[in-house]
Design a protein around this ligand. Structure first.
Ligand code: UGA
Ligand code: MN
Length: 353
């Protein structure tokens, strides 16, 4: 009986113990489960914070990458500029001077064209800018542009004879431009640089486009140098043809009046200043057919085709373009006031005078 009574008590204790044990486990599990929930929530918040931080950092990286790209581009540009200019800047006074002759005439775009040209030339070392106005007297506006270029300069004037200056709207307008002005510059060089045998003379019109490298090329000219000119004479480029065997100029590709002694544009050549002194009568002329200005002058210097020195990488590069500024269409009120230089407001004067 005892035995059976004892044996009936034991399972009850065990059951209680087991129930207690499992209750504890359940409680433990439950509390852990609640903990996990909290942990999960805080981890999720941390993940969200990190995601936000990641976005911010990604944006910062992109900004920095953009900035570094910009800096690299600027660096590259500066390197190229430096490499191009350094040899010139080392000792500009040692470089042969360039006498850059610019005839210029009164028109609405004159100030704009000359401003652009001045800003091209001001970066060229040892260049003398000879600006010759087609006018009765010097104008203040042009004097200001020439002076502010910081270049050594000559500011002259020479009026085109009236019989040579027909109206541009005349269909027979075939008079050569810049003749009297270039001749005036030649005589100024002959007088003011009489003893100078080093340097080159170049006729650079006020509306063309010049690459700085053109000036580096022309300094080494011994007698006369030639090179291609872009967009001229109805062609994409007019160029001397250079022999691949001996490197001399053997012809020209010009289609307009190809039989001229030198079928090239005014912008296509420069000559050594010593020739200007050796041939004091060489100049431009109103007496020759249209297109013969360049030939007349070069023949006057007793030059032969085979003496021409090809420049601009053997005439394979283009460093000057015969661009032309469009004649602006002004209303008659503005046109009249511009022609008379009268009743212009201050800001109008600053635009064109
Ligand atoms: C082309 C050539 O490139 C010029 O070198 C040449 O003088 C000219 O033809 C010509 O007809 O003889 P293009 O663009 O037709 O050039 O001429 P412009 O640019 O109108 O004139 C050449 C230079 O002479 C310019 O610097 C211009 O300002 C000046 N010019 C023009 C004058 O001094 N007076 C004028 O009445 C006209
Ligand atoms: Mn022109």
């Amino acid at each position: 009986m005892l035995g059976s009574g004892q044996s009936a008590k034991m399972p009850t204790k065990i059951v209680i113990a087991v129930v207690l044990f499992f209750s504890c486990q359940l409680l433990l599990f439950w509390s852990n489960f609640e903990d996990l929930d909290e942990k999960k929530a805080s981890l999720e918040a941390a993940v969200a914070r990190l995601e936000r931080r990641k976005d911010v950092l990604r944006k910062q990286i992109m900004d920095l990458e953009r900035e570094s790209f910009r800096i690299n581009k600027t660096l590259l540009r500066s390197e190229i500029l430096l490499k191009d200019r350094l040899p010139l800047l080392k000792n500009p006074r040692n470089l042969s001077p360039i006498f850059f002759v610019t005839p210029t005439h009164y028109r609405p775009a004159q100030k704009a064209d000359l401003t652009r040209l001045a800003q091209t030339l001001k970066a060229v070392p040892n260049l003398v800018w000879i600006v010759v106005e087609d006018a009765e007297k010097l104008s203040e506006g042009i004097a200001a542009i020439v002076k502010s270029s910081g270049l050594q300069y000559g500011h002259l004037h020479a009026l085109t004879p009236t019989n040579m200056k027909l109206n541009e709207s005349d269909p027979n307008w075939k008079v050569p431009r810049g003749v009297a002005q270039r001749n005036q510059a030649l005589s100024w060089i002959r007088t003011n640089f009489a003893g100078t045998v080093r340097g080159v003379v170049y006729f650079g019109d006020d509306d063309n486009t010049y690459d700085w490298r053109l000036f580096d090329e022309m300094r080494s000219i011994e007698k006369a140098g030639v090179w291609p000119v872009g967009i001229v004479g109805g062609q994409l480029v007019e160029t001397p043809m250079v022999s691949t065997t001996n490197g001399s100029v053997v012809g020209f590709n010009a289609r307009w009046k190809p039989n001229r002694p030198f079928p090239i544009d005014m912008a296509a050549f420069a000559v050594n200043v010593s020739l200007i002194h050796s041939y004091p009568n060489a100049q431009f002329s109103y007496e020759v057919p249209r297109g013969y200005q360049e030939s007349t002058f070069l023949v006057g210097l007793d030059l032969q085709r085979n003496e021409l020195e090809p420049k601009a990488a053997n005439c394979t590069e283009v460093y000057v373009w015969h661009t032309r500024t469009e004649h602006p269409k002004l209303n008659s009120f503005d046109r009249r006031r511009f022609q008379l230089r009268e009743n212009l407001t201050d800001v109008e004067r600053r635009a064109v005078l």
